[in-house]
Design a protein around this ligand. Structure first.
Ligand SMILES: C[S@@+](CC[C@H](N)C(=O)[O-])C[C@H]1O[C@@H](n2cnc3c(N)ncnc32)[C@H](O)[C@@H]1O
Length: 235
């Protein structure tokens, strides 16, 4: 993709999340267009608990940075184990919901585009939920170089993301059949459509990719829905 085309596509992706902020949690909570029945919900929330447990095992987190924090579904999981917590997101609408969810919990919020973000300090722990899949392949290395600059030499990271599973998305969304297709069309509840990046990784491939770039990385997945990655800068 040409630079201007890529910038335009990333701007559309940001606009999509700004417009989606108020309905974002319906996806995670399996409500409305995302409700696929009792059995599905039991499986989904069971797998959510597995991810939460694996994250909790890494506490205490120390000084923590969350990129693309969204409405705070993971911010509230990080807060109890963090000595300090900073959340970056491009969307003011998302950050407002995050603030409301976290209430009195001290969180330093930064509204910024991740692709031009420079950390003010280095952190012990870096978290990003459902973000890596929105990073176009052309920006993969740039993103992981940023991740390195965000971390202290002993720092650790943890991410959760989507496995390519049709049941994960809304009932009126279509997943592309081709494995090399990096974008798809997302709809809002009011029918507005946006094209966004959504890259699906196989755990082994992503782990090998990260290791080849100097990360000590362990990537795995839950039974159906979630990709999980954790690790540190290779010593
Ligand atoms: C899929 S949501 C994930 C939210 C949260 N991490 C979670 O798991 O609930 C993606 C988030 O990335 C944010 N975002 C999209 N493009 C961004 C960019 N270029 N820079 C910073 N944040 C961005 C959106 O506003 C949204 O909050």
């Amino acid at each position: 993709m040409e630079t201007t085309e890529l910038s335009g596509a990333l701007a559309e992706q940001m606009n999509y999340y700004r417009a989606r902020a108020a309905e974002y949690d319906q996806w995670f909570l399996r409500q409305g267009r995302h409700n696929r029945g009792v059995e599905h919900c039991a499986q989904w929330f069971g797998e959510v608990e597995l991810v939460r447990a694996q994250l909790a095992e890494l506490a205490p987190f120390g000084d923590t940075l969350e990129l693309a924090g969204g409405t705070g579904l993971w911010t509230e999981r990080l807060a109890p184990g963090a000595s300090s917590l900073t959340v970056v997101d491009a969307s003011a609408e998302m950050l407002e919901l995050n603030r409301a969810r976290l209430g009195e919990t001290p969180v330093h919020y930064i509204q910024h585009d991740i692709f031009s973000f420079e950390p003010e300090q280095r952190y012990d722990f870096l978290f990003f939920g459902f973000w890596l899949s929105h990073v176009p392949s052309e920006r993969f290395d740039e993103f992981w170089e940023l991740a390195r600059r965000c971390l202290k030499p002993s720092g650790r990271f943890f991410f959760v993301d989507s496995v390519k599973e049709t049941q994960s998305t809304a009932v009126n969304h279509v997943l592309p059949l081709e494995d090399d297709c990096e974008t798809l069309v997302r709809k809002l509840n009011d029918g507005r459509e946006f094209r966004i990046f959504k890259l699906f990784y196989q755990p082994d491939d992503l782990q090998a990719k990260l290791k080849s770039r100097g990360w000590n990385a362990f990537v795995r997945q839950t039974e159906h829905f979630f990709l999980i990655g954790s690790g540190s800068i290779d010593a």
